[in-house]
Design a protein around this ligand. Structure first.
Ligand code: NDP
Length: 454
């Protein structure tokens, strides 16, 4: 029988790889992990965590304005970007350290190096060292995609670069209409940067519930974001003063301190030697895997964004854990991709779980329950901003097929609503539950009549 240096070699120290390595080691496997950049991956270093801290930072100016309208004697100050960024970087260093410790404790050996594949059981490090492993797990994540054909694209930054900016831009153009574009539009707008957004399609957040998309777009505009749909960048040029001149596909022109492209992410699978050893890749470079995350080469598995299934941190973590239980824990486990709640951290947030109205309508007869209103806290000080609570219900089974919430704290609310929808809760289960008064969320159990059936 062949002997290997390791039972498992993980390539990539992000959420999926770290979970897989740690649990495999706890199951008794001899594990190594290689990471070429910083431990923690996209989520910790240049994604969810720093983004959420920026979301928090960007909400305080509006809080201060609201506080004034409630009677507080507060003056609006300026945002100290360098101070915040210093703290942010220190926090990321701290978290990176925790990720490292969590791997070292169960005995995972860490290599701070780039790793590529030599064959189905051999990994080569950038140091030149070769190691063999019975199983290899690819967890290399994704990278921001910028359309290379746009003239002047080299002047644009991606979400990776935002956290490295030394100065707060006075003005910014954000290109794209997905999660990242909308979140950063709200962040920069909240921080006081003059914020413009171009999205090539008819409405932002494609794939989400149409009614919710319209509601969010309206709120973003009301908050001051200059959002243009049906508009892409045609051309960009850097001016002598360092600012960027942009011409839109609809002929409009503008000059911005920064242009941020948030036009999607691609699987980070190139240059690893995968195709050379027969690992099947999809059209976008995603590693094709089965329900147990096994690739077309039996000793090679993949989890997380590099497989382009559902590109969310908690999903990568679940996939990594399921891999470890399957291969080393004696408990074959499929990662469950059904009914995953998620939140877009716009201001206000949009939380959703299950089907959109449009998806549900294609499948069966439905009833739609929806309430949009000005919440007490905002109405009191004359704010027009409305929240939205929406349930998409099966007419036959009465099950709640989808839940959509746009409100401050919707990310927190949808985590709980997600349990009910995942359990197969019915509209009558919601109706039976007594309201918590006075809250915004009580509306979710008080909607008596469908606004439409389809
Ligand atoms: P998305 O796929 O969500 O959005 C990409 C956007 O860019 C779309 O609006 C798309 O338009 C547009 N686009 C794509 N190609 C081009 C092009 N060539 N020219 C102009 N526009 C283009 O990707 P994101 O980058 O926003 O986020 C990546 C993934 O990261 C998300 O899908 C999500 O899974 C995850 N994420 C999750 C977050 C969360 O949970 N809160 C936060 C951030 C990221 P079109 O719609 O027309 O295709």
């Amino acid at each position: 029988m062949a002997t290997f240096d390791y039972d498992l070699f993980v390539i990539g120290g992000g959420s999926g790889g770290v979970r897989a390595a740690r649990i495999s080691a706890q199951h008794g496997a001899k594990v190594a992990l290689a990471e070429e950049y910083r431990m923690g991956g996209t989520c910790v270093i240049r994604g969810c965590v720093p983004k959420k801290l920026m979301v928090f930072a960007s909400t305080y100016a509006e809080h201060a304005r609201e506080a004034r309208d409630y009677g507080w004697d507060l003056k609006e100050g300026a945002f100290d970007w360098p101070m915040f960024m210093g703290k942010l970087r220190a926090e990321l260093n701290r978290l990176e350290g925790i990720y490292r410790t969590n791997l070292e404790k169960p005995g995972v050996e860490i290599f701070d190096a780039r790793a590529t594949l030599e064959d189905a059981h051999t990994v080569k490090l950038s140091s030149g060292k070769l190691f063999t492993a019975k199983h290899i797990l690819i967890a290399t994540g994704g990278y921001p995609f910028l359309p290379g054909e746009t003239p002047g694209i080299e002047h644009a930054i991606s979400s990776n670069d935002v956290f490295l900016l030394e100065e707060q831009p006075k003005s910014i153009l954000i290109v794209g209409g997905g999660y990242i574009a909308c979140e950063f539009a709200c962040i920069f707008n909240g921080l006081g940067t003059e914020t413009h957004q171009f999205y090539r399609g008819a409405q932002i957040l494609r794939g989400f519930d149409d009614e919710a998309r319209g509601h969010i777009a309206e709120l973003m505009r009301e908050r001051g974001i200059d959002l243009h749909t049906g508009c892409d960048v045609a051309e960009m040029k850097k001016q002598d003063d360092g600012r960027i001149w942009v011409k839109g596909s609809d002929g409009r022109t503008g000059v911005y301190d920064q242009v941020l492209y948030a036009t999607g992410r691609k699987p980070n699978s190139h240059g690893l030697g995968l195709e050379e050893i027969g690992v099947k890749l999809g059209r976008w470079g995603q590693i094709e895997v089965d329900a147990y995350s096994q690739s077309s080469v039996p000793s090679i598995y993949a989890v997380g964004d590099v497989t382009d299934r559902v590109n969310l941190t908690p999903v990568a973590i679940r996939e990594g854990h399921a891999f470890a239980d399957t291969v080393f824990g004696g408990a074959p486990t499929k990662a469950d991709h059904d009914c995953i709640p998620s939140a877009v951290f716009t201001q206000p947030e949009y939380g959703s779980v299950g089907l959109t109205e449009e998806q549900a309508r294609e499948r069966e007869e439905i009833e739609v329950y929806c309430a949009a209103f000005r919440p007490m806290q905002k109405a009191f000080i004359g704010r027009e901003e409305r929240v939205l609570f929406k349930l998409v219900v099966s007419a036959a089974s009465r099950k709640v097929l989808g839940c959509h919430i746009i409100a401050p704290g919707a990310g927190e609310m949808i985590q709980l609503a997600g349990v009910i929808v995942k359990m197969g809760g019915t509209k009558e289960d919601f109706d039976r539950t007594v309201a918590v008064h006075p809250t915004m969320a009580e509306e979710i159990v008080l909607m008596k009549q469908p606004v439409r059936t389809a």
